[in-house]
Design a protein around this ligand. Structure first.
Ligand SMILES: Nc1ncnc2c1ncn2[C@@H]1O[C@H](COP(=O)(O)OP(=O)(O)O)[C@@H](O)[C@H]1O
Ligand SMILES: [Mg+2]
Length: 382
């Protein structure tokens, strides 16, 4: 794999790779919109490169020497998002010990990338619309209007038009953001890029880890280019990483690739990393991510308990003797299990029922695969 065939259509972004017609069309659109002030909405499945597109637009614009601030609206708790975006004045709320600038002020002269905009609460959407219309806003608790010069790029993997229909997203904001719409094609619609990307990621991972780059056989490349890539480029990068780390030094053939593609967890959702952040911001986002994880885990747990409860009612309300048991009647005999014991039992049951297919087990349990993995580890069920 020594021959350099990596294609980088934007010289400022050597990591932005592709040669398919779908990708080249996208690059063309990026070049057209980048120098303007127009708000851009990027849509596409997770892992298709939305964040990279936003970076490309910024780097090809006159704002390139100013900050690009990346905000993941889905990773910041609802109650905090507004003050994160617009800042707050001292005393605006408990804990607001001093006045702080928000991302819009920090991005002044540059670009703000609002990722997962579909997760933005309606109340914040109102404020955002106002900023887009007047380029000014007030800090939370503040009374003076602050003027900024910021270009907004937003991204969503949700169908925003549908969200508008369901009153989850403001129509006026949608039209304002949708001034220019770029759609990031899924990897399975640009298979010509798979080999190129594989090679690019392999080279990068090998040089970062100081290991010799393995050979990929034709069959291996064929398997990779035939796969449906539900997690898109992010999933491809993860698979290549795993292939190189776990199959160190070997020639990577079709069988090895197949084994890794079938391994559950390849789609494991990764929270995107933060770019252009001060340590303070990065730290805060890390905390938010942790909070989000906890929230998701709690939700999972709650669902698990409710499901278990419902199922046990369904199962016990009719006994072989024909005697009906009133649901919720108090059972004085069977021992009370702790929630953890209950959870462990249900997980074991699901694993057995689905013959250790973790994806299906997680689905039946109503929890995410990632949560299931963590719990398996926790309970020593691996
Ligand atoms: N065209 C590309 N060339 C190389 N790497 C890419 C490309 N598009 C995306 N990636 C990589 O794939 C991963 C996911 O991209 P990202 O922009 O975060 O996707 P999204 O925001 O749509 O989920 C990142 O590691 C990114 O660097
Ligand atoms: Mg993203």
């Amino acid at each position: 794999m020594g021959n350099k065939m990596t294609k980088t259509p934007i010289s400022e972004m050597p990591d932005f790779i592709g040669q398919s017609s779908a990708f080249m069309q996208l690059i063309e659109s990026i070049r057209q919109v980048a120098p303007t002030q127009i708000t851009v909405l990027i849509t596409g499945e997770s892992g298709t490169g939305k964040e990279m597109i936003a970076r490309a637009i910024h780097h090809l614009s006159q704002r390139k020497n100013h900050p690009l601030i990346n905000v993941n609206c889905g990773a910041i708790p609802e109650g905090i998002l507004e003050s994160e975006l617009f800042g707050h004045v001292k005393g605006a709320f408990t804990g607001a010990l001093e006045t702080r600038k928000g991302y819009f002020e920090l991005a002044n002269g540059g670009t703000i990338f609002l990722d997962e905009i579909g997760e933005m609460p309606l109340s914040t959407q109102v404020k955002l619309l106002r900023v887009l219309e007047s380029q000014s806003f007030m800090r939370v608790g503040g009374s003076t209007s602050i003027q900024v010069d910021v270009r907004v790029i937003a991204a969503s993997n949700k169908d925003l038009e549908k969200a508008v229909k369901h009153d989850e997203f403001r129509k006026d904001l949608f039209y304002r953001l949708n001034a220019v719409h770029l759609s990031a094609p899924p990897l399975r619609k640009r298979r010509e890029d798979i080999q190129l990307l594989t090679q690019h990621f392999a080279e990068r991972i090998c040089s970062e880890n100081r290991i010799q780059c393995p050979e990929f056989t034709e069959e291996a490349m064929y398997r990779l280019s035939e796969y449906h890539w539900p997690g898109n480029i992010r999933e491809l990068r993860n698979i290549v990483e795993r292939l190189i780390i776990f199959e160190k030094g070997q020639t990577i053939d079709g069988t090895i690739v197949q084994r890794h593609l079938e391994q559950p967890g390849s789609m494991e959702q990764q929270l995107p990393m933060v770019i252009n952040k001060t340590t303070d911001q990065a730290e805060r986002e890390l905390i938010y991510r942790a909070l989000l994880d906890i929230r998701v885990a709690l939700e999972d747990l709650r669902r698990l308990v409710v499901t278990y409860h419902e199922r046990s009612i369904a199962q016990s309300s009719w006994t072989p003797s024909g005697k009906e048991i009133i649901p919720n009647s108090i059972d004085h005999d069977t021992p009370i299990l702790t929630i953890q014991e209950l959870e462990k039992q249900q997980i074991e049951k699901a694993l057995i029922r689905f013959r250790h297919n973790r994806r299906r087990a997680a689905k039946a349990l109503g929890i995410g695969e990632r949560t299931l993995y963590r719990k398996l580890k926790e309970y020593g069920l691996e």
